[in-house]
Write a protein that binds this ligand. Structure first.
Ligand code: ADP
Ligand code: MG
Ligand code: MG
Length: 537
């Protein structure tokens, strides 16, 4: 109806405008913000786990402040910090700059007479470093020397850091990070999609302007359908992973009626939509390879943490506004340290070992990736045509017995080869499973992708979503949830809601502070706050 059309237009306009940024309100609010005072951080100082990896590498503000500390200390610390930075530059350099970056590192850090010589190295590593050549550079510098440098920084530098004013600053940020998160922390915009337990909508953090997607799980519905433990599992897996190719969790909080997961906003639509709903069926090959490269890396990030994804399909691959993709919906993912599983996954993407009810581990993700690459290319599944009306049992039979067919109209030889390897019915013959931790990115088909650069977000996406398009169903087309009656919460439920609502997730939250410029603003010693009391909490 006309009202629906208008509502949708209004919702879209507000949502698009928020993404544009540059908001006077925002600037005013930010001027009134301040970090907690140092004396308010005593408990945090005493209770913070002093884990080097966590505080100085994984957490972005921690990493920044530790680097600043090193660079303002003695020449040895400076050399260590600069060496690690230049090693990253070398790793990310394109072919043309690679030789130069390598030569610079050798001349600056490996020669005993250079003032930046890594003089903290001892024994065999020190000898190897001094004798490094172009040939063993990667093995020595990016391996043993890098490890020894990190080992060194963990010792005296890390303990000195904990007595520095940089660490005092860090504690203030950690204290700030602990603030209670409620719905007042965000503006809410239009619904982007619906899930099993509630809607996903766009939100914006009032203080930073950062946009996110908020997945709202209805408490009553969770209780009615026994979804509690699944929701908690999804949350715990989301907060553990930290990858450019997976949606990341930034906040978990509760309202009276909902549990909320605030995640990376992916506003470019899902791959299923792009395969079927945009003009020609199927995607161009350069897009297929690019998305497959990102998805493969995302799957590997999960597997490296002993997590099987189990829901690989184009619908779960979402694009951001730049055209980069991430895996979403980790509701079926499970952590499997060593053990094997049975069941799960979706019709049409199920590997033979699932259909035969055999135990499996990570192999099913590679099978489903094969199905998904096939679908990106040909706009149909290997064993099921688009919109084909066919029984589950028949799809299962074809999956187990039939050879997959490749229409030469769509598939070139190389693409056919890699898909066929992912679709090997025997696990031990399947790409990704043939040896322990086999890395499918080493396959020929990916040779045009520079993976270190891809992982750093430095490769331009082959296709960019249009900035003025909302890649989501109209708000009116998403059915509302029915009212649930007769569900009451007991103490156990309340405990669970509390366990779920842990507030800001440190790595993601710190990244938001840096990206939005708030970190720099609040670190500026010349900064003047506007009158206290304006603090909008
Ligand atoms: P469920 O597990 O209940 O299926 P999903 O996580 O799949 O819920 O989310 C439901 C829908 O919401 C998705 O199909 C998608 O349209 C939308 N959605 C989910 N996550 C995001 C996100 N991070 N950014 C944008 N839209 C999202
Ligand atoms: Mg879903
Ligand atoms: Mg789910």
């Amino acid at each position: 109806c006309d009202m629906g059309v208008l509502d949708n237009l209004v919702a879209n306009t507000a949502y698009l405008k928020a993404q544009g940024g540059d908001d006077r309100e925002l600037k005013k609010r930010r001027r009134s913000l301040s970090l907690p005072k140092p004396e308010e951080c005593m408990i945090t100082r005493a209770t913070l786990e002093k884990d080097f990896q966590l505080l100085c590498e994984r957490q972005p503000i921690g990493k920044k402040l530790f680097r600043q500390f090193l660079l303002e200390s003695n020449p040895q610390y400076v050399a260590a910090a600069e060496f690690l930075d230049e090693l990253v530059d070398w790793d990310l350099a394109e072919v043309a700059g690679k030789d130069k970056a390598r030569m610079n590192i050798i001349n600056k850090f490996c020669k005993a007479h250079s003032k930046s010589f890594l003089s903290y190295l001892v024994g065999e590593v020190a000898d190897k470093c001094k004798a490094v050549t172009d040939k063993d550079f990667e093995d020595v510098m990016n391996g043993k020397v890098k490890d020894a440098t990190q080992e060194y920084l963990k010792g005296k530098p890390f303990s000195e850091y904990q007595n520095s004013h940089h660490f005092d600053k860090f504690l203030q940020w950690k204290e700030f990070e602990k603030q209670k998160i409620t719905e007042k922390y965000f503006y809410e915009f239009r619904t982007l999609g619906k899930g099993g337990f509630g809607e996903v909508c766009a939100v914006q953090v009032k203080n930073t302007g950062q946009m996110y997607a908020c997945k709202k799980l209805c408490k009553k519905r969770l209780k009615e359908k026994d979804g509690d433990s699944m929701a908690l599992l999804e949350k715990q897996i989301l907060e553990k992973v930290n990858s450019r190719f997976l949606v990341n969790l930034s906040y978990a909080y509760q309202t009276k009626t909902h549990l909320c997961l605030v995640m990376t906003l992916m506003n470019g639509g899902d791959l299923r939509y792009h395969i079927y709903n945009t003009g020609e069926k199927g995607l161009e090959m350069n897009r297929v390879v690019y998305y497959a490269a990102q998805v493969t890396t995302g799957i590997l990030h999960l597997h490296a943490m002993d997590i099987a994804y189990r829901d690989m399909k184009p619908e779960n691959v979402l694009l951001d506004s730049f055209g980069q993709c991430r895996l979403s919906d980790l509701g079926l993912a499970v952590e499997l340290p060593g053990e094997k599983l049975k069941g799960a996954s979706k019709d049409g993407y199920m590997a033979p070992e699932i259909l035969k009810k055999e135990p499996y581990r990570m192999s099913v993700d590679w099978w489903a990736l094969g199905c998904s690459i096939y679908e990106m290319v040909a706009a149909r599944l290997p064993f099921k045509d688009y919109k084909e009306k066919v029984q589950k049992e028949e799809v299962a039979r074809r999956t187990l017995e039939d050879e997959c067919k490749y229409d030469p109209k769509y598939f070139d030889e190389g693409t056919k080869t890699i898909i066929a390897l992912f679709l090997k019915k025997k696990i031990s013959a399947r790409l990704g499973c043939r040896t322990k931790n086999e890395d499918p990115r080493k396959h020929e088909w990916f040779k045009c992708i520079n993976f270190p650069r891809l992982e750093a977000g430095l490769i331009e996406p082959p296709w960019v979503p249009k900035p003025n398009v909302v890649y989501a169903k109209d708000t009116g087309d998403m059915r509302d949830f029915s009212e649930i009656k007769g569900v009451v919460f007991d103490q156990k439920d309340e405990m669970f809601f509390k366990e779920f609502s842990t507030g800001a997730v440190p790595t993601a939250w710190q990244q938001e502070m840096i990206d939005s410029g708030l970190f720099d603003e609040l670190s500026d010693p010349n900064r003047k706050e506007s009158a206290p009391g304006l603090n909008d909490k």
